[in-house]
Design a protein around this ligand. Sequence first.
Ligand SMILES: NC(=O)c1ccc[n+]([C@@H]2O[C@H](COP(=O)([O-])OP(=O)(O)OC[C@H]3O[C@@H](n4cnc5c(N)ncnc54)[C@H](O)[C@@H]3O)[C@@H](O)[C@H]2O)c1
Length: 446
Amino acid sequence: MSTTRRHFLQASALAGLASQTTSAQPRRISPNDHVNVATIGIGIQGSNDTQSSLLADGVKLVAVSDIYEGRLIGAKEKHGADVFTARDYREVLARPDVDAVIIATPDHWHQKIAIDAMAAGKDVYLEKPMVQHLDDGQPLIDAWHKSDRILQVGSQRVSSIVYKKAQDLLRQGAIGELNMVEAWWDRNSAIGAWQYSIPTDASPATVDWDRFLGRAPKRPFDATRAFRWRNYRDYGTGVAGDLFVHLFSGMHFILGATGPDRVYSTGGTYFWKDGRDVPDLMMGLYDYGKTEHHPAFTLSLRVNFEDGANENYGFSFIGSDGVLSIGNGVTVTKRPRPAEPGFTIDSFSKAQQQAYMQQYRAKYPKPNMNADSMRPVSEDKYLPPPGYNDHVDHHRNFIHAVRTRQPVVEDPVFGFRAAGPALLSNVSYFEKRVCRWDAAAMREKA
Ligand SMILES: NC(=O)c1ccc[n+]([C@@H]2O[C@H](COP(=O)([O-])OP(=O)(O)OC[C@H]3O[C@@H](n4cnc5c(N)ncnc54)[C@H](O)[C@@H]3O)[C@@H](O)[C@H]2O)c1
């Protein structure tokens, strides 16, 4: 067959696929049926997602799409030769046996594949950050509203019993009135800084480079960009889209917060000078106004890829009566304020010192310095059961929603409320300006 004729046939077949994907009717899933899942983008996280999804009851992997041949071969090796594989995700969406898709491609493909998947009648588990650019968010939410599809965004902390415990404790008043949240995610390794392995057979023959690029600017094949895409703004979203978004999701879930009013971020590329065009250290400051769910508070976020320590991740919720921290589990530390305020009178005249102390001691009698005058400092720790995995819970929540058509814990509105301020942190960093965010409308304010 001539090359021209082969190309013509391929083009006609895909045109057919595209029209099928917009008219397809979802399969009816009865409670005892398997939910048939397909993974689009089966790299590091797509593999984890597939694994976690299969741990939810009654899930079957039926198809996989990836633009790198080695990962399609790897998927068949791991999940069986009968799993359908394709470089073009539209072939997966055109299959009537696929009920739901996991989308774990680089960020620049998230919006397009999610919209195409819903149009094809598929439910969607979409990795974080929900979208690559601020402008991508609302069209995806609109497409979801217009469809009858389930869409779960993949920030698994929202399903975590650890975060639920923190939510319960804060609601019960564990730290008094909140005034500040600090969260950080520091790393000290090449893999942590996104220097992912590049396969030795990476070439235009094994990687569908045009399909990797998608809407990104055209350029010649570059294996580093294909496999270490996070380092480039054309495909990824920097540390803000990778890690701040997890911190926003967790914090929004715990507090019932919907987003900040003001966003400022700074940082630099200090250590990983490997050609990346995104910072390896970023700090963000955010003002959250008072709502019915929380008082006004300030948030600070930090990611440092060369912090001199190992992976170090956590939250501190700081309040008038104590601090709630999240690391491996939840810790509440209460340090009551001293009963008397103290004084700074040494530089006053002797007469004034005497007069002041007389008045002061009338109000605050001198305490007895005995064992009873010790102030209690309490520390309560809550650890999850050994082996607890919130990622599996997040997939279970999705599969439950696919079966029952009940809402998921992290729909695209929640997803964009976390992704929006994370992406605005990039705008603040690259444009060196303080940004204002309309959390209700989910867009930047002029
Ligand atoms: N929830 C989490 O904790 C978590 C953790 C890591 C990554 N992620 C998210 O998962 C996504 C993937 O990240 P990763 O670290 O697995 O990257 P990765 O590079 O390991 O995997 C991406 C895969 O997508 C494939 N791909 C690229 N374009 C494609 C296309 N058009 N169609 C089909 N496949 C395509 C690539 O070949 C690759 O196999 C990102 O959006 C990332 O933010 C989430």
